[in-house]
Design a binder for this molecule. Structure first.
Ligand code: SME
Length: 162
């Protein structure tokens, strides 16, 4: 059993440092990509406030396919020319969207979503997945969230690549 107790009231930098340690402990030595994505989704869902979705889409062929997540059922396949996730996978760049209603082509899997952070997971120079967080609050994600989630994505790059 894993017991983690990050303080969700702590400053974001502290919370993300705790989450990084927890993610490292959860995935260290585990070679099953699905198990690792599932545990990271659960970890983020439990300890990051104000989310309505947290999870992964995997690059399979030329599209993104739904991976392990927490939240409501979501769209299964996303072409790279569609949505915030498609933009992150196509460009290899973080997409931090303050207001999803202002993002052309945003895919509303859940109409409650108002802001979104999508970070590409890159292994050997290729996008192998994206880590997607949604929030019902406009402008939920800031530079500290981007930094914290990017560090997690880096940690995971060779732990979800199977
Ligand atoms: N909103 C995403 C689709 C995935 S869901 O948010 C889970 C997008 O525009 O790509």
């Amino acid at each position: 059993m894993f017991v983690f107790a990050p303080d969700i009231e702590a400053p974001k930098a502290v919370l993300y440092a705790d989450l990084f340690k927890a993610a490292d402990a959860l995935t260290d030595g585990e070679t099953d990509a699905i198990a690792n994505m599932a545990n990271i989704s659960a970890l983020l869902w439990q300890f990051l406030p104000d989310l309505n979705w947290a999870g992964f889409y995997r690059m399979i062929g030329d599209e993104l396919v739904l991976g392990p997540f927490q939240g409501k059922s979501a769209c299964i396949r996303i072409p790279l020319d569609k949505g915030v996730c498609g933009a992150a996978a196509r460009t290899g760049e973080v997409q931090c969207v303050r207001d999803v209603h202002a993002f052309p082509g945003h895919i509303a899997c859940d109409t409650d979503s108002r802001s979104e952070l999508v970070v590409p997971v890159i292994s050997s120079g290729k996008v192998i997945a994206v880590l997607d967080l949604d929030s019902p609050i406009v402008a939920r994600f800031d530079d500290e969230d981007v930094d914290g989630i990017c560090k997690l994505a880096n940690l995971l790059s060779d732990r979800i690549n199977k």
